[in-house]
Design a binder for this molecule. Structure first.
Ligand code: MV4
Length: 448
C-alpha cells in the first residue's frame, strides 16, 4: 500500500480522504492556498505545502505546483477529491508521467465519460437505455431540424462538454429550435471551449437517480445501491437520500444491474457513478461521474463500505475487499448539504465561525472542516458541512434529521440549516413526492 498520499483538495472532502488514509496507516500531505493556511485539512495532515494564492486556478487547479508538492514531499500517489482536477484526463496523465499514482480511473475512461456524446454512445454499446435523441453531435441547425422531427418535441439541446446544466436549452416547438440551438452552442463554446451540442427528447418531470459503483479492473465490480439526488436548486444538490423513495425492489434491481454490467464491460477501475433520469417507471442513462462524489457518505451509511478506502486499494492494484453478496443495503440515509449561504436569498455568507457545536448520537455523521474561530473564505464552493443521517427506515431517518438539525449550532455565518428544517416539515418531502423541479418551486414560496 502507499506510504504517503497527497490530497489535492480542501475542506470536508480533503478531511474525508485524510481519515481513510490514516485508518490505513498512510501518511498524508495537504496542499493549500494562502487563504486556507488555517484550514482543518492542513492542521490534520502530516505535512502541508502552500501551492499558491487564493483563486483556485492559481492553487487547487495549479498542476505544476501540485506535482512539485508531491515531488518535494515524496508522495506515492495523489487523490484529487471532488471537483477541481478530479476528472481532468490531462492531469491524470501528468500525475502518472511524473511517477505518481492517480487515485482514480484511467485517463482514457476520464476522457470517454468527460464528453457526454461519447459517454452516451458507450452506454448504448453496453446495453443501457439512453434518452431518445441524436446519434452524437449535431453539425448545424438544418440537421437539428431534421433530427428533431424524428425525436419529437419538446427537444433539449445539450453541450457535449457539459454537465451541471450549462449549455442546455429547451425548444418547445420547431419555432424556437434555431434560437435554442444557437444559444446552446454559443454558451457551450464560451463555457467549455467546445461548441458541440446534441439533441434529446425533453423529459418534463424526471427524478435524478444515480448508482454508486466500485470496480477493481480485475473483474470485481459492485454497486452500493442508488441515490436519489432530485432535490437540486440551480443544478446544485441540496439533499440526497438512499434508497430512492420512488423505486420499488424490481426497479432497483434493474438499474443497479444495468450499471454494474456496463462498468464490467468498460473495464473500469475506481469509484464511479452512473446518472439516470427516471420518469414513468423508465430509466435513461445521461452521464457517468468518474470520481468520488460529495454525496458518497449516504451509500457508506447503508452499506458500511468505506468508498475512499476501496479507491485507495484499487488504485494500488489490489482487488476490492468485498463481493456483491457481502453487501447488504440496510436502512435509510439522508445527506443535508449545509452551505455558507442565506437560507432564503442564497447569498453567499463567508466569515468567521463564532460558535460551533455539531450534533451527535446514534445514526448521525458530520463531515465538515469547520471549527470555532475558523474563517470561511469567500473564494470557494459554499459547502461547509454535510449532515448525514441513518435510520432503520425513512421515517426514523427524517425524525433523526429534524433532531440533528435542531442540535446543530453554527453561528457567525448564515447557513442552509433553516432551509433543511423547512424541508423536513414539508408534506411532499415527507411523502417522497418530488422531481428535479420540485425544490425550485419550494424555495420560490419562501421568497419575500
Ligand atoms: C435532462 C432533463 C430532461 N430531459 N435531459 C440537467 C443537468 C444535466 N446533468 C442533466 N439535466 C437534465 N437533463 C432530458 N432529456 C432535465 C435535466 C434537469 C435536471 C436533471 C437532474 C437534476 C436536476 C435537473 C434540473 C433541471 C433539469
Amino acid at each position: 500500500m502507499f506510504e504517503k498520499v497527497l490530497i489535492a483538495n480542501r475542506g470536508e472532502i480533503a478531511l474525508r480522504i485524510h481519515r481513510a488514509c490514516r485508518e490505513m496507516g498512510i501518511r498524508t500531505v495537504a496542499v493549500h492556498s494562502t487563504a486556507d493556511a488555517n484550514a482543518m485539512h492542513v492542521r490534520l495532515a502530516d505535512e502541508s505545502v502552500c501551492i499558491g494564492p487564493a483563486p483556485a486556478r492559481d492553487s487547487y487547479l495549479n498542476i505544476p505546483a501540485i506535482l512539485s508538492a508531491a515531488a518535494i514531499t515524496g508522495a506515492d500517489a495523489i487523490h484529487p477529491g471532488v471537483g477541481f482536477l478530479s476528472e481532468n484526463a490531462r492531469f491524470a496523465n501528468m500525475v502518472a508521467e511524473h511517477g505518481f499514482v492517480f487515485i482514480g480511473p484511467t485517463s482514457e475512461h476520464l476522457r470517454l465519460m468527460g464528453d457526454k456524446v461519447t459517454a452516451k454512445q458507450a452506454a448504448r454499446d453496453f446495453g443501457i437505455p439512453t434518452v431518445p435523441g441524436s446519434d452524437g453531435a449535431v453539425a448545424d441547425i438544418d440537421e437539428a431540424r431534421k433530427l428533431a422531427d424524428g425525436i419529437g418535441y419538446p427537444i433539449l439541446i445539450k453541450a457535449a462538454a457539459g454537465g451541471g446544466g450549462r449549455g442546455m436549452r429547451v425548444a418547445a416547438t420547431e419555432a424556437s429550435l434555431a434560437e435554442a440551438f444557437a444559444t446552446a452552442a454559443a454558451e457551450a463554446r464560451a463555457a467549455f471551449g467546445n461548441p458541440q451540442v446534441y439533441l434529446e427528447r425533453y423529459l418534463g418531470r424526471p427524478r435524478h437517480i444515480e448508482v454508486q459503483i466500485l470496480a477493481d479492473g480485475q473483474g470485481g465490480v459492485v454497486h452500493l445501491g442508488e441515490r436519489d439526488c432530485s432535490l437540486q436548486r440551480k443544478h446544485q444538490k441540496l439533499l440526497e437520500e438512499t434508497p430512492s423513495p420512488a423505486l420499488n425492489a424490481g426497479e432497483r434491481a434493474m438499474v443497479t444491474k444495468l450499471a454494474t454490467d456496463a462498468v464490467a464491460q468498460l473495464g473500469y477501475c475506481g469509484a464511479g457513478t452512473l446518472e439516470f433520469l427516471y420518469q414513468d417507471s423508465a430509466f435513461f442513462f445521461i452521464e457517468m461521474n468518474t470520481r468520488l462524489q460529495v454525496e458518497h457518505p449516504i451509500s457508506e451509511m447503508v452499506t458500511g463500505v468505506d468508498i475512499v478506502r476501496e479507491q485507495l486499494r484499487v488504485a494500488d492494484g489490489l482487488p476490492l475487499s468485498m463481493r456483491q453478496s457481502d453487501i447488504v443495503l440496510s436502512g435509510h440515509a439522508i445527506e443535508c448539504r449545509i452551505n455558507a449561504e442565506n437560507s432564503v436569498s442564497f447569498r453567499p455568507s463567508p466569515g468567521q465561525i463564532t460558535a460551533y457545536l455539531a450534533p451527535g448520537g446514534l445514526g448521525v455523521r458530520v463531515d465538515s472542516a469547520l471549527y470555532e474561530g475558523y474563517i470561511v473564505p469567500p473564494h470557494y464552493d459554499s459547502l461547509v458541512a454535510k449532515l448525514i443521517l441513518h435510520g432503520t427506515g425513512r421515517n426514523e431517518c427524517i425524525m433523526r434529521m429534524r433532531r440533528a438539525l435542531e442540535e446543530y449550532v453554527i453561528t457567525g455565518i448564515d447557513t442552509t440549516i433553516p432551509l433543511h428544517q423547512r424541508l423536513a416539515a414539508e408534506p411532499d418531502f415527507i411523502d417522497g413526492n418530488y422531481d428535479v423541479h420540485w425544490l425550485e418551486r419550494f424555495v420560490a414560496r419562501a421568497q419575500p
